[in-house]
Design a protein around this ligand. Structure first.
Ligand code: PHE
Length: 421
């Protein structure tokens, strides 16, 4: 570890570059030598169950050469009811690019990002990725946040042979699209377990109700995982209700839930819906805490729900008030860049995804899709803001989660627990 640090600073000094404190230009423990392309189980033959391996002309296309900028893509919801997802991710990516370029880029070549708004819509997401890989010719794609949108954009990357890294999509199906698709976050079987464990052990909940978005793969999947884990831990799910994202009236579902007298209500949705659900829950005099997943993570949640969301909890990838030096340092640099704004989990994950990509670019034989894919797949113990990231054989990352409580004033997430796999 120490010697690696030294080796790195010597290289940087040798190039005569000034690296900022902290930042992107560091630090994965990836094995030296060629990436183990032939050995990774996922480069094998699951062709029957998974989408075909990338291998078309695009994958073997000569990497962009010369000294010009290197173009990467980002697709995210910059507008619509999940607008903070895309905006925060974009800011994290931009900070990573700025630091990487300031430290010399890739052997002097600067990185640039081309970005498209998905508006939180699956068709737009697919179109955005088509533009990025077919017209813009990006070497890699970052995005999406929402699992349903990564499921729409991922197959385009897979077919074009362009690596995609989702910073934050947690549904297991996302990386099953194929061997070009990666993520830097944990997956929902773990996140559901984390919620269930917290409900049972910390909240001492015996009975849970669930209310989830039946059209969002993320919400449906996470509800299933929570139920599985909660029952395994000896709890009982007494009511299960659904909604459609964007609904305004949840009275019928909440009235039915009230009848089951739950100790906790699990609501794995996205923040705008959660805000409205919280308001109506309290209006119906239901006092049980709400419990959710990472989809709650937005500064908008407290603004929409106010006191109605106070004392409710959600699982997430990071908490700004975590006592962690790397987290604190990241927050400082982010605030300096974005007007004192505190980064949410998506900003941290967007930053980590971009930094991990740059780390892989440095180790890659070329910027061709296949080579870059192999380098990303070989990432081991990359020190991200959201934890240490090792890309496993399913192209997922195994990491811990935090539980935060909506508390304080101004109302926001406060660190309550760390749960590791
Ligand atoms: N995990 C969510 C999904 O898969 C996206 C998300 C991640 C939202 C982190 C907020 C914070 O859809």
């Amino acid at each position: 570890m120490l010697s690696r640090r030294w080796a790195l600073s010597i290289v940087v000094a040798g190039l005569g570059l000034v690296a900022g404190a902290g930042g992107c230009e560091k630090k994965s423990e990836a094995p030296k030598g060629p990436a183990p392309a032939a050995k990774t189980p996922d480069s094998g033959s699951k062709a029957g169950t998974e989408a075909p391996k990338a291998g078309g002309a695009a994958a073997d296309k000569a990497p962009p050469s010369g000294t010009g900028p290197i173009l990467i893509g980002h697709y995210g919801s910059l507008t619509g009811s999940e607008a903070t997802f895309g905006k925060s991710t974009s800011e994290g990516i931009r900070l990573a690019i700025k630091e990487f370029n300031a430290a010399g880029g890739l052997n002097g070549r600067m990185v640039e990002v081309k970005e498209y708004d998905t508006k939180g819509d699956a068709k737009e997401a697919k179109l955005a990725v088509e533009r990025l890989v077919k017209s813009d010719g990006v070497v890699a794609v970052l995005g999406e946040v929402a699992s349903g949108l990564s499921l729409a954009g991922g197959p385009v990357c897979q077919e074009a042979g362009v690596p995609m890294i989702s910073p934050s999509s947690t549904n297991p199906r996302v990386t099953k699209i194929g061997d070009m698709i990666f993520r830097v976050c944990f997956i929902d079987p773990f996140q559901g377990f984390v919620g269930a464990k917290f409900a049972r052990e910390n909240l001492k909940a015996a009975k849970a109700a669930m209310l989830y978005d039946q059209k969002a793969p993320y919400s449906v999947g996470l509800a299933q995982e929570f139920k599985k884990a909660f029952e395994k831990l000896g709890g009982q799910v007494v009511a299960e209700q659904t909604y459609n994202g964007g609904d305004q009236d949840f009275t019928a579902q909440l009235t039915s839930i009230r009848g089951g007298k739950p100790d906790v209500i699990y609501v794995p949705g996205y923040y705008t819906d959660i805000g409205n659900i919280a308001l109506q829950t309290r209006k119906l005099n239901i006092s049980a805490p709400l419990l959710g997943g990472d989809g709650w993570d937005s500064e908008e949640l407290g603004k929409i729900a106010g006191d109605a969301i106070k004392g409710s909890f959600y699982s997430n990838h990071y908490a700004p008030d975590q006592a962690d030096a790397a987290v604190k340092d990241f927050i400082k640099r982010y605030q300096a860049e974005f007007n004192g704004k505190t980064p949410d989990g998506l900003a941290a994950l967007g930053y980590d995804a971009a930094c991990l990509l740059f780390d892989a670019m440095k180790r890659s034989k070329s910027l061709g899709g296949r080579d870059l894919r192999d380098a990303i797949a070989a990432t081991r113990d990359f020190k991200g803001v959201t934890g240490s990231i090792t890309i496993d054989e399913n192209r997922d990352a195994k990491k811990g989660a935090v539980i935060v409580e909506m508390a304080g004033s101004p109302l926001g997430p406060k660190f309550r627990a760390q749960i590791n796999p």
